[in-house]
Design a protein around this ligand. Sequence first.
Ligand code: ADP
Ligand code: MG
Length: 378
Amino acid sequence: MYRQKRRGGSQNQRINTSRFINKAVITEQIEHFKPEHRFEDFAIDGRLKKNITTKGYTEPTPIQDKIIPHILKGSDVVGIANTGTGKTAAFLIPLINKVLLNSKENIIIMVPTRELAIQIEQELRGFTPMLGIFSVCCVGGANIIPQIKALRHHNNFIIGTPGRLKDLVERKCINLASFNTVVLDEADRMLDMGFINDMRLMMSFMPKTRQTLFFSATISKEIETLIKDFLREPVSISVKTGDTSKNVDQDVVHVRGGNKIELLSALLSKAEFNKVLIFGRTKHGVEKLSKLLSQKGFKAESIHGNKNHSRRQKALNLFKDNHVQILVATDVAARGLDISDVSYVINFDIPATYDDYIHRIGRTGRAGKKGKALTFIE
Ligand code: ADP
Ligand code: MG
């Protein structure tokens, strides 16, 4: 169903383009949000508290503030919050503590994309220097052999995409019966990407008595069904603050008869367009646009499904580390990515759905900062 929806080109016209125009307001709640807890207040290991401080986190975000105590208590939780609100640390901090209490603890984190898995592992590493906590990333597109080797050792955290995890379970490299904790991150995206059967299968291999943490940016009938099937008396935390779209300045650019590429080049030559994420509709279109921009002398990279994992990661890192000005991406490839200080998101091709639009512009204006987004309209 998802595929049909995305391929239906005429769908575009149905999005009212006025929804792409919005003046950014840094939401009151972000600026004045008073967390109930400080990180010191949480019942967590002192070494972990120290690492949180070293990482530069001074106070919990709203979702962290509300959900961490429940996870520490061992409850199942559902966390619904927009992108960029700190959901990763909301589950990592209490789970790292769980491992510190019992070094034999096995935790599985299921995510929709390889990039997201790697990002979570990086965040995990940021919290765990000197703590003797081990992890492995099991993602598709990457060579499976090193993953199989890494799985021979004990890992406290396995972070992976449903398809590859299933493969590794079938090869008997992972025994899900020994995992008492599971995180389903970006569950809505996993559904969108057609991972539902793999997810259900993985969950069926896990012990009935376990802790299940479920995170999603959106809620739907299907999501509610999953929650009912996978979780036991969950505590639901829904946080509306940090509405990414509100702190993003959004405007449209009309390209009537004009040359889209020329227009784009003119924008990219301006100083304020120093770190730009451009969205295209198709893998092929994204690759073509990135090549064209390179030919015009811009430093541009691309990420899309026709690139293998290591090339995508390389392109992403060049962009993250400010070695290239531009990253051109498809919706799927850019999902959930956390890149700091993206100055502009440009929708070179109109997104297929408003939901895609929100996800795209959510790549800027992160962590309470102001961002900018432009949508090209033909
Ligand atoms: P989400 O999963 O909700 O989209 P992320 O977990 O990717 O959001 O976090 C978004 C950004 O906010 C990341 O760069 C992360 O390092 C940062 N962040 C998360 N929690 C805090 C905090 N308590 N203080 C400061 N920055 C934070
Ligand atoms: Mg996330």
